[in-house]
Design a protein around this ligand. Structure first.
Ligand SMILES: C[S@@+](CC[C@H](N)C(=O)[O-])C[C@H]1O[C@@H](n2cnc3c(N)ncnc32)[C@H](O)[C@@H]1O
Length: 221
């Protein structure tokens, strides 16, 4: 793999079609200042999420895994003024930084940040009869991806797009003897996706500024 080349080309694409403004740059910087991991989506992936939201005319979005709200800000900019994103983060420190970034971006009206475990918040939303989401981005802890996906389906409607990040894990996903719980989690999820009668789906490999990985993309039938 030529990671250096992937990074340079990612920068080239970002400069062309996904430039970061000051808010997005500051959001990435805020992670270093707060000693948080640099595991946000890349700018080109943020733009990709925007395009997917526009494709399904998304007004209601659910995100699992906020970190510093970098992906959340990209997505919030692609929904209409009366649109809503519920984003879920279980780490209070991450949520505090995300909340500050969302406020600086002037997006507090559109983004509802819920502090809690993704599983608990999903079950709460289902129990309360939350209106279905048009787009769901799953980017939290990997072992329960299959369970998150099944619960997300209960919050979807025909046409809802569900994107799940990090499902290739530097190719480790083809190792049948892996003992890594994150890899096992995405293996279980990828098989569920392949067999699921309720969705039409594929998996795309991704290279770029971040490690070699992939995204699963599903549309609810
Ligand atoms: C990959 S980061 C999210 C990156 C973010 N979507 C972005 O691209 O800017 C994953 C986040 O999920 C959070 N997380 C991990 N397990 C979680 C859980 N069970 N419930 C909610 N959030 C969780 C982590 O604290 C971390 O902030």
């Amino acid at each position: 793999m030529n990671q250096q080349l992937f990074e340079k080309v990612d920068q080239y694409i970002s400069n062309l079609v996904a430039p970061e403004d000051e808010i997005l740059k500051q959001t990435i910087e805020s992670l270093d200042h707060a000693s948080m991991p640099q595991i946000s989506v890349t700018a080109t992936q943020g733009k990709f999420l925007q395009l997917m939201l526009l494709t399904c005319k998304a007004k209601r979005v659910l995100e699992l895994g906020t970190l510093g709200a970098y992906s959340t800000i990209w997505m919030a900019r692609a929904i209409p003024a009366d649109g809503k994103i519920i984003t879920v983060e279980f780490d209070p420190h991450h949520a505090q930084v995300a909340s500050e970034n969302i406020a600086k971006a002037g997006l507090s009206d559109k983004i509802d940040l819920r502090i809690g475990k993704a599983m608990d918040v999903l079950n709460e939303l289902i129990a309360k009869g939350e209106e279905a989401f048009d787009f769901i981005f799953i980017d939290a802890d990997k072992p329960p991806y299959a369970e998150y996906f099944e619960l997300a389906l209960q919050l979807s409607h025909p046409g809802t797009m569900i994107i799940c990040d990090n499902v290739i894990r530097e190719g480790k996903v083809i190792d049948e003897n892996t003992t890594d719980e994150r890899v096992k989690g995405v293996q279980r999820f990828n098989q569920l996706l392949a067999d699921h009668p309720k969705v039409t789906a594929t998996i795309m490999q991704t290279v770029g500024a971040k490690e070699y990985d992939g995204m699963a993309i599903a549309v609810v039938n």
